[in-house]
Design a protein around this ligand. Structure first.
Ligand code: UDP
Ligand code: MG
Length: 326
């Protein structure tokens, strides 16, 4: 079906950021797991998202010894989602296995995902973690993100996609059609397919002492991306809310006039006027901000801001590495 598709080839895509101490463990676990089923082979595409530590050195060292280990190095920190799409560009496999670099994804449970996909003819099988080992603000962030996704992208009921999931090549190929900067993988995935199954498993602790690479700022950025990238509903909500406030303002104003006419001794009520002014200018600012989000997005898109830029690659086809600005 696809140009380079090889039956039974699993393409692992790993965005790498601050993981010089864990990535080798992840690599070893992948090799051991795939070896359990001789009918499958692997390739690993590790994308260095301009990590400040020496993870690139570690990646290149592994790639030196294993030609199935392929490295993509980005010019700056484009974020996890751009790094994932950069990886998708280079895959050759039939199944794309997505996982993190910090040894949190239970790779030893991989076959549960693959089997579920093959048996149920699904396009995506994702881990469903029983208990989240995450700081509170991160959990809150994920919960808000999930709600937002449910509201605006309308996934099949009750479906959540974790950081460990397998998709078919047709899905990743479709996701590659999104060329704008700041992609949102979950939204793209849901846009491409609803044939998703969830398999319960346990997420592990990070394999090193580092904390999460997601700062509060990054999580907030991701939230705004998800909110505005896939739907114009927020704009509509803004207009509806704006209209309601304008109506309330009119009703309140009329009631004030009537009260003043009925009892002229009432004071002029500068206080309520001021409150109303503050309130309505607040609403206007929210609406303007909302529109600004979309305008900024359009501006960035027509400005040809790259989704990612590849600096060097290792063990990869040369002409693909020429692709620097998609
Ligand atoms: N990541 C990335 N770029 C970043 C931050 C994170 O590519 O700027 C990758 C990181 O290498 C890892 C994944 O995103 O594979 C998840 O990151 P992390 O484990 O820090 O986040 P959490 O597990 O808390 O979601
Ligand atoms: Mg992690």
């Amino acid at each position: 079906m696809n140009r380079n598709e090889v039956n039974g080839l699993l393409s692992f895509v790993i965005p790498c950021y601050r993981s010089e101490l864990t990535i080798e463990k992840v690599y070893n676990e992948i090799v051991e797991t795939v070896a359990e089923r001789p009918q499958y082979d692997y390739e690993i595409i590790a994308v260095n998202d301009c990590s400040p530590d020496n993870v690139l050195g570690v990646l290149l060292k592994i790639a030196e010894e294993d030609p199935k280990f392929k490295v993509v190095d980005l010019t700056k920190n484009f974020g996890k989602h751009s790094a994932i799409l950069a990886g998708y560009f280079y895959v050759n496999g039939e199944y794309i296995v997505n996982l993190d670099d910090d040894y949190q994804c239970p790779v030893n449970e991989l076959w549960k995902l693959i089997d579920a996909m093959v048996e149920g003819n699904y396009d995506c099988a994702t881990a469903l973690y029983e208990r989240k080992k995450q700081p509170l603000w991160k959990r809150l962030g994920s919960a808000v993100n999930l709600q937002m996704v449910n509201m605006f992208i309308e996934p099949p009921k009750g479906i959540t996609v974790e950081n460990f999931f397998v998709i078919k090549r047709c899905v990743s190929d479709e996701m590659l059609n999104y060329h704008n900067p700041y992609p949102y993988v979950l939204g793209l995935l849901m846009n491409a397919t609803h044939r998703i199954t969830m398999i319960p498993m346990k997420e592990r602790e990070r394999g090193d002492e580092n904390s999460t690479g997601f700062t509060f700022k990054k999580s907030l950025e991701l939230f705004l991306n998800g909110l505005t990238a896939f739907s114009i509903k927020p704009l509509r909500i803004a207009s509806v809310v704006g209209t309601i406030f304008v109506l309330l303002g009119v009703i309140y104003g009329i009631s004030l006039i009537i009260r003043k006419l009925m009892s002229p001794q009432l004071s002029d009520g500068y206080g309520s006027l001021l409150a109303l002014l503050l309130f309505s200018s607040g609403v206007i600012m929210i609406l303007l901000g909302m529109i600004g989000e979309y305008l900024g997005r359009i501006y960035i898109s027509i400005n040809n801001t790259p989704q990612y830029v590849v600096r060097i690659t290792k063990n990869l086809n040369k002409d693909k590495s020429q692709k620097v600005n998609i």
